[in-house]
Design a protein around this ligand. Structure first.
Ligand code: ASP
Length: 337
């Protein structure tokens, strides 16, 4: 599906904005208009979402339905074609920016992958909604209109998320509320900017490439686009009574199936308590996992803040300054290096 909604063929500057639909609540449908939780995500076509809003004047805005999923079910099956299509579109000279409609649940993961693997020199703007499209007062139309403002902003670049009038950088954004319309936060870093009345105000620079060697980034991208399956990295929590049973069960299962399989367990991210601290019995099991050849990283189960490393000698399990879901992807990328 590729409806040209507005035509300005006479322009020399990039004048095309692409809106890629992947599903989510923004495309959700409920039986009752007042129902904000009992709906089916990923039902309304992205072209229909666009048809409901005023488009920025002077731009060709085109819709493409890339997937139609509830983002709780997001994974390589959608990430692969999304990465490939976004890369392809970024290379087209007349494309100024890309908007991706996405579910809120795993938006921070998709944003992280896109930024780390593509580090785009044009804006790639994820947007979403907390209420389905059929709600009495849906939030999706305003979020989509705001996302288009950011995609059309002169000088904008990198991957950002736009929700409830706030712009968040891909590597900072996280979902912090299950129901509130303003469900995202950038933690201590604060939002990158705001969209108000169709105007973008920025407090910080646009997200730039953090990979010192672009060649490594491209090699990882090629591997993930081609690799079936992706390196297996699992997440677990430290908690009262965490005795390492789960880790040993994973190791036993993996050993029984043979460590040569492509989908063998390669990494674990543990969401520790506070500053990434671990129950001593869980830590013992994780050290066994390391000895068996697994990469193990520590994040925190705290909703905000980042784990601060202590001296390496007393810190046998490396800490990572990312929330657990993004840390899992960071380790996955590391395993593709
Ligand atoms: N489960 C939905 C999703 O992530 C939630 C949302 O979009 O708000 O697709």
């Amino acid at each position: 599906m590729n409806p040209d909604i507005e035509q300005r063929p006479d322009q020399a500057r990039p004048d095309r904005l692409l809106v890629l639909g992947t599903g989510g609540t923004i495309a959700g449908r409920a039986e009752q208009r007042g129902d904000h939780v009992g709906y089916r995500a990923g039902e309304v076509a992205v072209a229909d979402l666009l048809a409901g809003i005023a488009l920025p004047a002077g731009w060709r805005v085109q819709a493409e339905q890339l997937a139609q999923v509830d983002s709780k079910d997001m994974g390589p099956g959608v990430w692969r074609p999304l990465l490939a299509r976004v890369r392809e579109l970024l290379e087209q000279a007349d494309v100024a920016g890309i908007v991706i409609t996405h579910g809120t649940d795993t938006l921070e993961e998709t944003a992280y992958l896109l930024q780390r693997l593509l580090a785009p020199a044009k804006p790639v703007v994820l947007t979403c909604a907390m209420r389905p499209a059929t709600a009495l007062a849906p939030d999706g139309p305003q979020n989509l209109a705001d996302a288009l403002v950011v995609a059309a902003e002169p000088g904008a670049l990198g991957v950002v998320a736009v929700c409830a009038g706030r712009i968040h950088a891909a590597l900072e954004v996280r979902k912090v509320h299950h129901y509130r319309l303003d469900a995202f936060d950038s933690g201590d870093a604060g939002p990158l900017g705001l969209v108000e009345q169709g105007t973008c105000t920025r407090f910080k620079p646009w997200p730039a490439a953090d990979e010192p060697e672009p060649g490594r980034r491209l090699a990882r991208l090629e591997r993930l686009l081609g690799q079936q399956p992706w390196p297996r990295v699992e997440c677990l929590f430290s908690h009262g009574g965490a005795d390492g049973w789960l880790v040993r069960a994973l190791l036993a299962q993996d050993a029984a199936q043979g460590r040569q399989r492509a989908d063998r367990l390669q990494g674990l991210v543990v969401a520790g308590t506070g500053n990434g601290t671990l129950h001593q019995d869980l830590q013992a099991a994780l050290l066994e996992a390391q000895a068996a050849g697994l990469r193990v990283w520590r994040s925190t189960r705290c909703a905000s803040g980042r784990v601060l490393s202590v001296a390496a000698s007393t810190d046998p399990i490396p800490a990572v300054a990312l929330p657990p879901a993004q840390a899992r992807l960071a380790l996955l990328l590391e395993l593709c290096a």
